[in-house]
Design a protein around this ligand. Structure first.
Ligand SMILES: Cc1ncc(COP(=O)(O)O)c(C=O)c1O
Length: 380
């Protein structure tokens, strides 16, 4: 009865772990959440305040399908200032999160049998978006010793007549790796023929290396970004696409038909996030960095290998193959027996099987308690 395109879709394992962990929590277990990619900070007060103001001002109607002009200007200014670009507000479509932005983009881009090149490991949902369009994720397996970064020569080999785009994600979920300017330049050279889709949702969460956008190196790129991570706004559902000018009209038509517009008062929160004080962001970045260093040491002390230290986002992908079981079984066992929730590597593709992903979007106290429990369970 239901579509084969989605019947075979694997679950988003991290959500299943989270849901079970919450159930255990409700039953009285003390759970340490190291699975979910969600900031433990609240949304900054000035962002919340902007919504109250917008609601009082009656901002409760449909907006322009591409988003309110103030927000598109703020997004363009932010990119232009940070990276020395000339993006125009007209190139932006505001969406109800990065995920709907991805859906909109893939609907517009893909036909049956088309291919999208992406790394493996990759963010869990990418292949499912592509398959839902009856298109094909073309995996390029990356190596841990190269920081799981897409090797341009391998990407080049993967390109064929069906290739519609190359999908990149830096800073990366699940590896925490950040691509260098040189790596982006090399990939951008390929974009002369094939567009790049760059998921930049962890932009700004960089602790080593430099923050970049693909738009510094090519115009033939679609950028996905959003407010969930840097502004601790996961539940607000606000994101955006930056699109080459020649494709805006077509994507706008898709937006009009399928989504009409993004939530009006939440867009005002986005303006406040980008134009208001950035102290909480700076404080978050400093704190994440401390947690990153602490967690990395603890994971290594337990005996799991992390061959290339993560530099951005808030994840550590650790090699847990010495425990001799599938990552799915291992993470479920860890949750049931220790009350520590971690994400199985298989969520991110075969290339991360045998690994566990740890999120340090949690307090040092909780990370410490989680690591103590893991140490006792795995080594004790
Ligand atoms: C790489 C990546 N892209 C996109 C998303 C989804 O973001 P949003 O909350 O804006 O839909 C996530 C969420 O974890 C992510 O890790």
């Amino acid at each position: 009865m239901l579509s084969r395109n989605v019947i075979d879709m694997p679950p988003f394992h991290v959500m299943e772990i989270l849901e079970r962990a919450q159930e255990l929590g409700r039953a009285g277990r003390h759970i340490i959440h190291l699975e979910i990619g969600e900031p433990d900070y609240p949304t900054a007060p000035h962002i919340c305040e902007a919504v109250s103001v917008a609601l009082s001002a009656g901002e409760t109607k449909y907006t322009h399908s591409q988003g309110i002009p103030q927000l598109r200007e703020a997004i363009a200014d932010n990119y232009n200032r940070k990276f020395g670009l000339n993006i125009e507000p007209g190139q932006i479509i505001v969406t109800s999160g990065t995920s709907p932005g991805m859906l909109l983009l893939f609907i517009a881009l893909l036909e049956r049998g088309d291919e999208v090149i992406m790394s493996n490991p990759h963010y869990a949902c990418y292949p499912n978006f592509v398959r839902a369009m009856q298109a094909i994720p073309h995996f390029v397996y990356t190596k841990e010793e190269d920081g799981f970064i897409l090797e341009p020569s391998e990407v080049f080999k993967a390109i064929n007549s069906k290739t519609k785009a190359i999908l990149i994600n830096s800073p990366c979920n699940p590896t925490g790796q950040v691509m260098t300017a040189k790596q982006l330049v090399e990939l951008a050279a390929i974009a002369a023929d094939v567009p790049i889709i760059s998921d930049e949702i962890y932009q700004g969460l960089v602790y080593e290396g430099e923050d970049h956008t693909i738009l510094e190196y090519t115009d033939n790129a679609f950028v996905l970004n959003g407010f969930s991570k840097l502004y601790a706004m996961t539940g607000w559902r606000l994101g955006y696409l930056i699109i080459p000018k020649q494709y805006v009209r077509t994507l706008q038509k898709v937006q009009q038909n399928f989504f009409i517009s993004t939530n009006s008062f939440v867009q005002h929160a986005g303006v406040a996030a980008l134009t208001g004080p950035q102290d909480q962001v700076l404080e978050m970045v400093r704190t994440y960095d401390k947690r990153r260093r602490y967690m990395l040491k603890r994971i290594r002390d337990i005996g799991m290998k992390v061959r290339t230290p993560p530099m951005g986002a808030y994840y550590i992908l650790a090699d847990a193959r010495q425990y001799g079981t599938s990552s799915l079984e291992l993470s479920w066992r860890i949750l049931e027996e220790t009350g520590v929730a971690v994400t199985p590597g298989i969520d991110f593709g075969e290339g991360a099987e045998g690994y566990l992903r740890f999120s340090y979007a949690n307090s040092i106290e909780n990370i410490s308690e989680g690591m103590d429990r893991l140490e006792k369970y795995l080594n004790g």
